[in-house]
Design a protein around this ligand. Structure first.
Ligand code: FAD
Length: 374
């Protein structure tokens, strides 16, 4: 934390609470966030804070991304998933592997929210086993021709720029490349329906179809084909840490709103918080949230210093998301029947948190990666 970051957060939180939070219900009903919200985030400098100023960012460190994710999750959780994909993931792929021309072309528009980013790895037949991706991008003349299908893509309905994991070579990870597709007017590109999910109702999640979609060769990210898998692996610590940051903010919020509820609600002539079980459960969860925060803050420091490794980031992702889900479940229980009613935030937190153990690499895959270091 710095004084500058403190000031940024102060203004940002006020903006979120006043200008965006009131629209959360509408976004959940329409199953996506309004584009105007993206523009608003862009105006606040919250979309690409850690991208250099010459490309429209703030030129700050990942600590700003962390602060944005935390504040969004605490104040307008409807935005968390979309922003987590757009900012710390898609923008950073372009920054790390894009050519100068690509960076100048896409990043400034992503910073203002004019362009929304998505990353398309998962396919109907391939999730955890990314090396089996079937979507192809074949060189034909002076173009790549992309064919295949993706599913579960966050920001899929809104995305103007999709980074597609596609096979440019033979089988296995070495045959994969990352190719950017600008969706506006892309012939053969089709969005499937906005998928119905049990939670994260304001986040659009879609199937995407590529039927002979032609893109120029310079849309390949990186200098040569076959770098896709390595590029994905290099960016994973930041992606996984981003999910852990959201998890910590969610845990803290769950404890806070449950403590408030338990103070107000009466049973057997006293407030729920006066029951030792309620108070002890919240004490335990508050402790875990603090442990998670200290670990995640340390991981943010490591990432800013450039030495957060995949194993540690995987630990942060699985443990914090596991604790997030347990916390939401227990806090819902402490609300009684009201916790099961949609108008109570804890009910949404319960269903929204569940995906955290699955996306961004399942928690089983996280443990697989960690176990390889034993
Ligand atoms: C709301 C939502 C948003 C998403 N957003 C995106 C996105 O923006 N972009 C994108 O590309 N994808 C996205 N995904 C996809 C997500 O990343 C995948 O669902 C996830 O990686 C798991 O893949 P899968 O669903 O195919 O499950 P599978 O890989 O079929 O796994 C099924 C089960 O088997 C277990 N398993 C698999 N392999 C192993 C193993 N080797 N050892 C032990 N257990 C194993 C898994 O842990 C899991 O429990 C999203 C998914 C959802 C639901």
């Amino acid at each position: 934390m710095t004084e500058e970051l403190d000031t940024f957060r102060d203004q940002f939180r006020k903006f979120l609470a006043k200008d965006l939070a009131p629209h959360g219900g509408k976004w959940r009903d329409q199953k996506m966030v309004d584009r105007s919200a993206w523009r608003g985030l862009g105006e606040m400098g919250a979309l690409l804070p850690s991208i250099p100023e010459q490309y429209g960012g703030l030129g700050a460190t990942f600590a700003y991304d962390a602060a944005v994710l935390e504040d969004v999750e605490s104040v307008v959780p409807e935005l968390t998933t979309g922003v987590s994909v757009h900012s710390p993931i898609v923008a950073h792929y372009i920054l790390a592997y894009g050519s100068e021309e690509q960076k100048k072309r896409w990043l400034p528009k992503m910073a203002t929210g004019e362009m929304i980013g998505a990353i398309a790895m998962t396919e109907p037949g391939t999730g955890s086993d990314l090396q089996s991706v079937k979507t192809t991008a074949r060189k034909q003349g002076n173009s790549y021709v992309i064919n295949g299908q993706k599913t579960f893509i966050t920001n899929g309905q809104l995305a103007d720029l999709v980074i597609v994991v596609a096979r440019t070579g033979g089988p296995g990870g070495k045959g994969l490349s990352l190719i950017a597709v600008e969706t506006a007017g892309a012939e053969g590109y089709r969005r499937g329906r906005n998928l119905d999910k049990i939670g994260l109702h304001a986040s659009d999640t879609s199937e995407l179809f590529f039927d002979n979609v032609t893109v120029p060769p310079e849309n390949l990210l990186g200098d040569e084909e076959g770098q896709g898998f390595v590029q994905l692996m290099q960016q994973l610590p930041q992606e996984r840490l981003s999910l852990a940051i959201g998890a910590v903010a969610s845990m803290e919020r769950a404890v806070k709103i449950t403590a408030e509820y338990a103070k107000e609600r009466k049973a057997f002539g006293k407030s729920l918080l006066e029951f030792q079980n309620t108070a002890f459960k919240l004490a335990e969860r508050k402790t875990e949230a603090m442990i998670a925060r200290v670990f995640v803050d340390w991981c943010v420091e490591r990432l800013v210093a450039g030495d957060l490794d995949t194993v540690t980031a995987s630990m942060a992702k699985w443990w914090c998301s596991q604790k997030q889900v347990e916390t939401a479940d227990e806090c819902l229980q402490l609300h009684g029947g009201y916790g099961y009613m949609e108008e109570y935030p804890i009910a949404r937190m319960f269903v929204d948190s569940r995906i955290q153990k699955i996306y961004g690499g399942t928690n089983e895959i996280m443990k697989l990666l960690i176990s390889r270091s034993l």
